[in-house]
Design a protein around this ligand. Structure first.
Ligand SMILES: Nc1nc2c(ncn2[C@@H]2O[C@H](COP(=O)(O)OP(=O)(O)OP(=O)(O)O)[C@@H](O)[C@H]2O)c(=O)[nH]1
Ligand SMILES: [Mg+2]
Length: 199
C-alpha cells in the first residue's frame, strides 16, 4: 500500500540545521498513534512505537526523498508527571515550531475514543495564528462503531468549522490512509504522490 512516492527516509540528528525544507509536523497526546501513522505513511519502520506512552521524547525529524521533512513531535502527555519536564516539553516544541521557516502543516492527532483535549485546541489555535495549516487526524477509529464515528465526526466538524479538515484513520485496519497521504503529498509538493497507485 505505497501511496506516497517514498524512495528514501533518513532520520536527522536532533540538532541538524540546514535550509528549511517543506515540513509537516505530527503532534498529539502520548500514545495517540503518531509514530505508528508515520511508519505507515512512509511505508517503513522508522519511528519507534510502544504500548507505553512517552516513547517519543525529543523532536524526531525524518528527511523524505532528501526533500521533505516529516516531524514526530514528542507526545504532550509524557511531560504531565513533572512540571519541569512539562516546561521542557513546551520549550522544545515551541522552539521547533517557531524556528522552522517552512512548516506547511501541523497534524494534531486525536484518539477517537478520547476526543479533543484543551492542549489539542491550543495546538490548533497556535497553527492558525502562525498561519501554518492545521488538520485533525482522528486515530484508532477501529475502536468505534459506525454510529459513534458518525456522531464524533459531526460534533468535530461543528466545533472546528471548515478551516480545519478532519481525517479519520485506523493504522491497524489501514482505513482512511489514502486521503491523508494525498493531502500530505499536497502539503509537501505535488510530486510526492504516486499517481495511479491503488491503496
Ligand atoms: N487499535 C489501534 N491501535 C493503534 C492504532 N495506531 C496505533 N495504535 C497503538 O497505539 C499505541 C501507541 O502507538 P504509538 O505510535 O507508539 O503512539 P505515539 O503517539 O507515537 O506515542 P508517544 O511516542 O509515546 O507519544 C501502540 O500500541 C499502537 O499499536 C490504530 O489505528 N488502532
Ligand atoms: Mg511516538
Amino acid at each position: 500500500m505505497a501511496l506516497l512516492r517514498v524512495n528514501s527516509v533518513r532520520r536527522l540528528p536532533p540538532r541538524y540545521k540546514g535550509t528549511p525544507r517543506p515540513a509537516v509536523a505530527v503532534a498529539g497526546r502520548s500514545n495517540v498513534g503518531k509514530s505508528t501513522l508515520i511508519n505507515l505513511l512512509l511505508n517503513r519502520k522508522v519511528a519507534p512505537t510502544s504500548k507505553a506512552p512517552g516513547r517519543t521524547r525529543g523532536v524526531h525529524r525524518y528527511l523524505v526523498n532528501e526533500r521533505w521533512d516529516l516531524v514526530d513531535l514528542p507526545g504532550y502527555g509524557y511531560a504531565k508527571v513533572d512540571e519541569s519536564l512539562r516546561l521542557k516539553w513546551r520549550a522544545m516544541v515551541s522552539e521547533f515550531l517557531a524556528g522552522h521557516g517552512n512548516l506547511r502543516q501541523v497534524l494534531v492527532l486525536v484518539d477517537a475514543r478520547r476526543g479533543l483535549a484543551e492542549i489539542d485546541r491550543e495546538m490548533l489555535q497556535w497553527a492558525i495564528e502562525e498561519r501554518v495549516g492545521a488538520a485533525v487526524v482522528l486515530t484508532k477509529i477501529d475502536k468505534l462503531n459506525r454510529h459513534e464515528r458518525v456522531r464524533l465526526l459531526r460534533d468535530l466538524t461543528r466545533e472546528l468549522g471548515d478551516a480545519i479538515p478532519v481525517f479519520p484513520v485506523s493504522a491497524l485496519k489501514r482505513e482512511g490512509i489514502r486521503p491523508l497521504a494525498e493531502a500530505l503529498a499536497g502539503w509537501w509538493g505535488e510530486d510526492a504522490y504516486r499517481r495511479g497507485q491503488s491503496g
